[in-house]
Design a protein around this ligand. Structure first.
Ligand SMILES: Cc1cc2nc3c(=O)[nH]c(=O)nc-3n(C[C@H](O)[C@H](O)[C@H](O)COP(=O)(O)O)c2cc1C
Length: 225
């Protein structure tokens, strides 16, 4: 994709890809493919990939300690390292396998633990961009509702959402036929959506970065809060 959005060589945007799969399989392949498309589309776009596979992330138990003590989640497990990466990024590509027409419990656990971000630090990740990938074993097995779960997470955090090019609609829906990486590679249409999403995330991340730089800090802060 041709563009001249990245004006100076030291300019960078960072796109974080997260796979919510419990396996190194189809979802991992798709998230990495989208990141590669993002990187290749606009010079200066950097990426980082994180998998939740094997991570110990317990779900939020609604203790409200974060609210009482005005702090981020204090429960110690593998959550913190993912949260740190999440805070650093300019844009997100989150992928999930479809489990019971939804995203995985592992990914939901991660989302739930981020609650203090918007309660204690409202707007901390606002005006970044996010996109979603869902990989189902069946052609119409709930990819759209799993994508919606991820989109709703972004909206909760004031992260701006793109589905990709217009014919992606809500995001990238992929059909693995329950054959992991091999299955998603065979889904040519699904992979086209994945690549389109990656490119579009890079494009919007750059637009947002340049837009924020274009506004003085004061104007941006006033507009936001
Ligand atoms: C607990 C569980 C529930 C699942 N539910 C669905 C479902 O609702 N719809 C669907 O299309 N596939 C469903 N699948 C199949 C997976 O979505 C599919 O195999 C997917 O490719 C797995 O992603 P992965 O390759 O990244 O592990 C389910 C799999 C598991 C283990």
């Amino acid at each position: 994709m041709e563009n001249d959005l990245s004006a100076s060589p030291e300019d960078k945007v960072l796109i974080l890809g997260i796979s919510g799969s419990n396996r190194k399989a189809g979802t991992e392949y798709c998230v990495k493919r989208a990141l590669r498309a993002a990187e290749e589309s606009i010079p200066g776009t950097t990426t980082r990939y994180l998998s939740l596979k094997g991570k110990k992330i317990s779900f939020c138990i609604h203790c409200d300690r974060c609210i009482k003590e005005r702090c981020l989640c204090t429960v110690k497990d593998d959550f913190q390292e993912i949260q740190d990466a999440f805070l650093e990024a300019d844009g997100y590509i989150i992928g999930t396998p479809v489990y019971n027409m939804n995203c995985t419990p592992l990914l939901q656990a991660f989302f739930s633990r981020l609650r203090p971000l918007f309660l204690v630090h409202p707007g901390i990740v606002a005006n970044r961009v996010g996109g979603a990938i869902a990989v189902g074993g069946t052609r119409h097995g709930g990819q759209e509702s799993a994508i919606l779960a991820i989109r709703n997470f972004y909206l909760t955090f004031e992260i701006l959402v793109t589905g990709g090019p217009s014919d992606n609609y809500g995001g990238a829906a992929v059909w693995s036929r329950d054959r992991a990486e091999e299955g998603v590679i065979e889904d040519a249409i699904g992979m086209e959506k994945v690549v389109g999403l990656g490119r579009r995330i890079a494009e919007v991340a750059w637009i947002l970065k340049k837009g924020k730089e274009g506004l003085s800090n004061q104007v941006y802060r006033n507009a936001h809060r």
